[in-house]
Each structure stands twice: as structure tokens, then as C-alpha cells.
Write a protein that binds this ligand. Structure first.
Ligand code: ADP
Ligand code: TRP
Length: 332
């Protein structure tokens, strides 16, 4: 039995970078015959390290769920659920905590970065660090190990967390016997080219340069119009090799469309027209999913139903794993 698993943090405003770098590849992987089981969950407990507004918290969980369903995740095949619905993950987190040297957590990138920033600002080393943030890699290890995951698709920033999960599994297998936990492997997208944002840097929430997936057509057009361009005159030939509009166009256009636009660049095209063409290919891609997304957000019972079905299927697996692990670790 080969299992692919990943967690998705429910943070605001999903953008095209998240779609192309994470959501689309994960959905494709769920159709791959390489795996017998795909498990995708909303990592709501992880979001608790920073979110302090329950209304926003809940809204983001629904938004992420609706996003994945609208973009075509087949939830009759893939197991799709909310992390905190499976309480076994917290029991396993505690057991793994007791098997994890504190020093490993001191060395985890996200915590180390925070400490370094504090030191640079002459603040207390642990200023703004809660225990959830410190222990984040162990909860993530429990997510992965609870479902006997083999492959874990993640962004580059998460590789260390999967390595921590693997080393915890190895340690437990040494203490309690082979097969106590399955040792997972990270999967990094090979053609993981970064999607550029409005200002040409990597599209990211932290740079406020994203093109959000959802919203009205009008808003999408307005956002695309904000892409930074140079002051080459309207009719002058344009360089299609070094252009954010073109880079984005290539991610959505057909080969013929791409050739066509490249030709028009060489002939001279006004930036406004180029942006309009970009809007059209992105909008064509998103308009179907947008309708499904809006329907789901107006009918949250449907989302609840999907998540409940996922919860039941995830729980069956979690109970089996915990029975095995609990008996190996505690004798009960
Ligand atoms: P952000 O940078 O907006 O905070 P996250 O760090 O939450 O995005 O990333 C969520 C997922 O989306 C990760 O798997 C990450 O690799 C992917 N991702 C984010 N931005 C991009 C981008 N510009 N290009 C490709 N993939 C991206
Ligand atoms: N930490 C991941 C992120 O910030 C989300 C996540 C939580 C996850 N649990 C996971 C990813 C388990 C893969 C496997 O993006």
C-alpha cells in the first residue's frame, strides 16, 4: 500500500503561485497510479500558532476546502479532511514529543529564523515564540506518520520538516521494533519553477504581489492590469523572454496561443493589450472553478458533508495506526 499525503495551511487569499506550485500538482498526483491512497488535509491546528480570530479561522478553513474541491480534487477517491477532526493526531504528537530531542527543535529552520530576527532586533531570544510554533515540526511529523505516509509533496521550505518526521520514525523503529512507523520521503516538484508576481518577484503573500484565484472577473482584470511593465512605447517590439506577462501567459496558454502572443510581441503590442490577453487565458481557466467555488461558499453544508466523509475514512486509518503504535510504545 503506497500512500501520498500532504497538509494545506488555511491562510488567506490563495494565489496563482499556490495553484501552480502546490494545488495543481497535488491534485494530479492524486490521479497517479503510483499511489494506492491519497490523503489531503487542511492543517487547521498548525494555523493556530498564529491565527487569533475564530471567525477568520473558520472562514479560511472553508475557503481552502472550497478551493480544492472547485479545482477538481476528486473527494470520492482522495481522502480530504480537517486535521483537528482526528484527535489521534494529538495523542501521537505527545508520544513523538517524548521521543524527540529538544535540540532538534532548536535547529529547525523556522524557529531558528525567528530567534535570529529577535537577536538582530535586540529582543529576548524567544520573543513572540509560542510552544505551538516551537513544536510545529512534531505535530507535522504526527500528521505524516499517523497515516503511514510514504510520499509527502511539499515546497522547499518544508523539506526539513519531512526529514524530522523521518528521523523520528527511525528512532521509534529502533526503540520499539521495525514497522512501528513508516519512514516517509519528501517529494519536491521537479519543474518547480516559481510563478512570478505582479512586481516580477516570486508571487507570495509576504510580498503582497499575488494574483488571487477567487473574486470577480472585474477584480481579476484590475489585478492583472497592475503587473509592472517598462516604458517601451506602445508600438515598439517587445522582448518576450524577460516579461512577467509572458511568463504567466506560458503557464495558462496553449502552445499556439503562446506562439501567437510571442509574434505580436515582436511586432509591437501595447502592454494594455498584452495584459488583456493574459486576463483572457487566466479567466478561461478559472471561470468554471470560480462558479463551483462560489456555490460551495454559499452552501457550506456541502463542504461539511465532504469533510465528514473524509473524517470517517481518515479516522479508520488513524485508529489502526494508533492501536499499533500505542501497544508498541506503552504495552497497552
Ligand atoms: P506564500 O509564499 O504566498 O506565503 P506559501 O508559503 O503558503 O505561499 O506556499 C504554499 C504552497 O504554494 C507551497 O507549496 C509553495 O511551494 C507554493 N508556492 C507559493 N508561492 C509560489 C510561487 N510563486 N510559485 C510556485 N509555487 C509557489
Ligand atoms: N507545514 C506545512 C506548511 O506550512 C503544512 C503541513 C502541515 C503539512 N502538516 C503537514 C505538509 C504534513 C505536509 C505534510 O505548508
Amino acid at each position: 500500500m503506497k500512500t501520498v499525503l500532504t497538509g494545506i495551511k488555511p491562510t488567506g487569499d490563495v494565489h496563482l503561485g499556490n495553484l501552480l506550485g502546490a494545488i495543481r500538482p497535488a491534485i494530479e498526483m492524486s490521479h497517479s497510479s503510483q499511489f494506492d491512497r491519497s490523503i489531503y488535509f487542511i492543517a487547521d491546528a498548525h494555523a493556530l500558532t498564529s491565527v487569533r480570530d475564530p471567525e477568520k479561522f473558520k472562514q479560511h478553513v472553508y475557503e481552502i476546502a472550497a478551493t480544492w474541491i472547485a479545482l477538481g480534487l476528486d473527494t470520492s477517491k482522495a481522502i480530504f479532511f480537517k486535521q483537528s477532526d482526528i484527535k489521534e493526531v494529538f495523542e501521537l504528537t505527545w508520544m513523538l514529543n517524548c521521543m524527540t530531542p529538544k535540540g532538534d527543535m532548536n535547529r529547525a529552520h523556522s524557529y531558528k529564523d525567528k530567534v535570529q530576527k529577535n537577536q538582530e532586533a535586540n529582543k529576548d531570544t524567544d520573543f513572540g515564540v509560542n510552544m505551538g510554533l516551537f513544536d510545529y515540526p512534531v505535530l507535522m511529523s504526527a500528521d505524516i506518520l499517523l497515516y503511514d505516509s510514504n510520499a509527502v509533496p511539499v515546497g522547499k521550505d518544508q523539506i526539513q520538516h519531512v526529514e524530522i518526521a523521518r528521523s523520528i520514525a527511525q528512532r521509534c523503529n529502533e526503540y520499539f521494533g521495525e514497522g512501528t512507523l513508516i519512514e516517509p520521503q519528501e517529494v519536491i516538484q521537479k519543474n518547480g519553477s516559481l510563478v512570478p508576481g505582479l512586481d516580477g518577484r516570486k508571487m507570495s503573500k509576504s510580498y503582497d504581489n499575488g494574483i488571487p484565484l477567487w473574486g470577480t472577473e472585474k477584480k481579476l482584470k484590475k489585478t492583472i492590469n497592475k503587473i509592472t511593465t517598462d516604458s517601451t512605447p506602445e508600438e515598439a517590439p517587445k522582448d518576450s523572454a524577460n516579461c512577467t506577462i509572458m511568463e504567466l501567459y506560458k503557464l495558462f496558454g496553449t502552445p499556439e496561443q503562446i506562439l501567437g502572443l510571442e509574434k505580436r510581441y515582436a511586432e509591437g503590442i501595447g502592454w494594455g493589450y498584452a495584459k488583456l490577453e493574459l486576463f483572457e487565458v487566466i479567466n478561461a481557466y478559472l471561470s468554471g472553478p470560480r462558479e463551483v467555488y462560489n456555490d460551495l461558499m454559499n452552501n457550506r453544508d456541502e463542504i461539511d458533508k465532504v469533510l465528514l466523509n473524509g473524517k470517517e475514512r481518515a479516522h479508520a486509518i488513524a485508529m489502526d495506526t494508533m492501536n499499533r503504535v500505542r501497544s508498541r510504545i506503552t504495552g497497552f
